[in-house]
Design a protein. Structure first.
Length: 228
């Protein structure tokens, strides 16, 4: 294919002697860089720095991947919020194995996680839900995520009905948390970092956890450099 566009990569962050004993310092630094780049009009184009691709499998082992927003990040792992009856929620209920990827092409950085999904505690979910804009909270009620829809007008009609039921009073609790809405933590068993380099001699470092320790616990993690 002679019309293929090719770019020279020039990433940084995994130089020899700079890889820590646990993945957490790299994760937090790269997320910080991506968020700062997204907020800087003069920086390389980073849109939605918290966009994370999440892959699940159903009871038959068929995989599905989708992009959601990472709205939770602690040493326990990254996490996201969703309708628990959605395709991803049903998949996780059948098989908690999960994979996820944060990718920032403009920074030549990518982080891959594999592990198991765990539901976030309801108090954590409630706190986040109440921080969302009123319209987003109404949408959580209106959308039966992944269910068939006859047309957009049907969805907008349901949205109007919930907006009338739970009017915007300017309070965090003016829209109750739906019982079918929650969040998941990705309890990572492996974390792989990728840095794009010139001539495709990319840097890759794989961290593997021997137990279920947090991302900042060096006693849990070992790492090795991989061929590109």
């Amino acid at each position: 294919m002679s019309d293929v566009t090719r770019w020279d990569y020039d990433g940084h962050g995994l130089e020899d002697g700079q890889v820590p004993d646990a993945p957490w310092p790299i994760i937090t630094e790269w997320v910080r860089q991506a968020r700062e780049a997204a907020a800087d009009d003069d920086a390389p184009g980073v849109q939605e720095p918290d966009a994370i691709s999440v892959a699940t499998v159903n009871a038959d082992g068929s995989p599905t991947v989708r992009t959601v927003l990472m709205r939770y990040l602690t040493p326990g792992g990254p996490g996201f919020y969703t309708n628990l009856t959605s395709r991803k929620g049903s998949d996780i209920a059948a098989d908690p194995r999960i994979a996820a990827s944060l990718t920032w092409p403009a920074l030549y950085h990518s982080i891959r996680f594999t592990g198991r999904a765990e539901q976030l505690p309801r108090d954590v979910v409630t706190q986040y839900f109440q921080s969302r804009p009123w319209g987003s909270r109404i949408s959580a009620w209106a959308s039966r995520q992944s269910a068939p829809l006859t047309g957009r007008s049907e969805l907008e009609q349901v949205e109007r009905e919930y907006a009338q039921r739970y009017p915007d009073n300017g309070r965090a609790d003016d829209v109750p948390l739906p019982s079918f809405w929650g969040g998941y933590l990705i309890r990572a068993e492996t974390v792989e970092f990728w840095v794009g380099q010139r001539s495709r001699l990319h840097d890759r470092v794989l961290f593997q956890c021997s137990g279920d320790g947090p991302l900042d616990d060096p006693s849990c993690w070992t790492n090795e450099r991989l061929q590109p």
